[in-house]
Ligand binder design. Sequence first.
Ligand code: BES
Ligand code: ZN
Ligand code: ZN
Length: 469
Amino acid sequence: MKITFINKETKDIESDLEIILLKKNKYLKANDMFIQKNKLYVKIVNFKYYTITETLTNTIKYIYKINKYKSVKISLYGISDIKIQALIDGLLLGGYDFTKYQSKTKKLKLQNIYIANQNYKDIELSYEDIKSKIDTNIKINININLSRDMINSVAQDTTPIKISNWIQEELKNTNIECIIKDDKYIQKELPAFYDISKGSINKPRLVHLKYNENKGYKKTVLIGKGVTFDTGGISLKPSAYMYDMRLDKAGAITIFGIIKAINDLKLPIEIHAMLGFSENMISNNAYKPGDVIKTRSGKTIEIMNTDAEGRILLADLFEYAQDKIKKIDYIFDYATLTGSVEGAIGQYSAGLIGHNSKLKNAIIKVSKKVDEWYVDLPFNRYFFDSSYKSAIADFTNTPTSSIGGGTIMGGIFIDNFLKKKYKKKWLHIDIACVSFIKNSWKYHEFGATGFGVKSSVYLIKRLTKHSIQ
Ligand code: BES
Ligand code: ZN
Ligand code: ZN
């Protein structure tokens, strides 16, 4: 399905159906709709962002359900950034359906949605300006839906090798360079990352994506946890907590979505995305509690719990990225790192961790505008005291005394692998709760949300104009 903005009034556009949003209509109750003579009348309570997306989500689902119309037209309902975004979010994100594993799927008839350049007054915005706002949202949302497809796909279809190949395939006609490093390379260069995959026959892969390398732009490094399935390893997860662990690759997939959207929007910035794909399995070859493993730089970690695998993968990726990429301006990591983030802040936000309040505030502010939510989880210097002190190695991989704050503690572990000069340039984003939901919410159905792509693209876009130290 394609959305096109047309510089015509609605009446001059040919289509099978017209969507008309009505605020005042005594025959319609909230969310009600009816079709009369190729016009679909939909009651809308107000024209706020949330209401527009919700109403359009219901509307597009209804059109797909009837599955009769090939083309649909709708006019703009206000031309502020947020209203344009609401329209596109409702249609594209609300219209998303994950049917890959259903044997009987109906072929959807809808091919085109036309948005007419109509329905606003007194605001001087050219067709090109509005078109560019619409296109930006379309490009971001297409990549959110692609990310949702990848996260939703089950573990046997997204082993480290398969997901790396899928990513390479998606990037064929872009300006993103895709370098895939195999398990032999990982064993030599990122030994701790290698060790957490030892229990699996599905060998790990490191995917390094480069966009605008060495063109003199600001340099952002994105690091993502891509555990394609997390059984917990020898510290096995209980079944109820294990079954949806295909979501554990969401961090890596989110940064794939971000870099791909940035490419599609042609933003002037240099991006390096480091995606670490690994499967945390249980077998006679798996790493064990009590093992001591070594990171790239030789730091030693005593394994207390093989289920805290994500932070080990990130530790090595951090050391690798800082060695390989010089003069980094920003370094953001995305990971489904801790189950405790849900208890701390609920299902609908990401946990935000870092040393730089300005950077944290910038993402919080930008994200609110696009209706994604981050909650600042501040460090407290007492958290650092002896938190990962091992009797025999440099660190343990889980906190040695139970002081709570699991998500903050996750951040504190990674912090140990960050060079001093990069501390203020770093954000750690824990998306364990918000990346995959069990109940429908907003324009999301059960499954992957694609959370983080939109807000991060807008943050990075902002950083191309105003840098934050
Ligand atoms: N992948 C999990 C975190 C997770 C849990 C993500 C639930 C999404 C939903 C991670 O690898 C993990 O198991 N973390 C442990 C860390 C603990 C052992 C310190 C956790 O959160 O319990
Ligand atoms: Zn785990
Ligand atoms: Zn995990």
